[in-house]
Ligand binder design. Sequence first.
Ligand code: PGA
Length: 244
Amino acid sequence: MRRSHIFGNWKMNKGPAESREFVVSLSEELKGVVGREVSVFPPYVSLSAVAAVLKDTDINFGAQNVFFEPPGAFTGEVALEFLIELGCRYVIVGHSERRKLGEDDKVVNKKLKRVEGSGIVPVVCIGEKLEDREQNRTFDLIANQLKIDLDGISLPFIIAYEPIWAIGTGRTATPEQASVVHSFIRQKLADAEYPGDEITILYGGSVKDKNIDQLMAESEIDGVLVGGASLDLNQFSRIVKYKE
Ligand code: PGA
């Protein structure tokens, strides 16, 4: 179901103590807020601390990554089973910062295969680099990412459109730029026989308290994946409470 999703990707920020403190304050701050699907994505090591605080609240949490193999001899990786045990509702797959470290579309697809049917909903990140946009390759690139990443994958999943040139740069896509790509993604999903109209598509890339109202005014934008601005309690709370 499409809803008003506000997701905070903390990236490699906030250890267990700081994460705990943050979600205690966040749940206070968001008391009485309805109609928003809020989730935070702390680093792996902070998930337990966050889970303990959020279990009795309406705020969800998820992981920033997962490995594609079941538990075993994979030093430094984290298995889906552990995320299930902790009560994660979501997992981000294919974030551009992971792709930059070598994760390609085939790996993203393997991870999605692993998550499929587990009860955890993957948030699949796609998006073009600045040079792709400048050379008018945005749509081809997005179509290709969707094709490989989602090959053989069934719902549920959420798509996050995150143009790489907008991530952490302060350079947000205009609501119109984001909308055009969202509607293209929806069409591609429909072409692949997914119920395009029902799939949640988030925008990510320098979302702030200053631009959230304009972004959420676009009917194609079902929610946002917020990086930097989700680290600040006041800013993130304002983003969650965007004005319709
Ligand atoms: P940003 O990051 O909001 O700091 O640009 C977004 C993301 O990477 O998910």
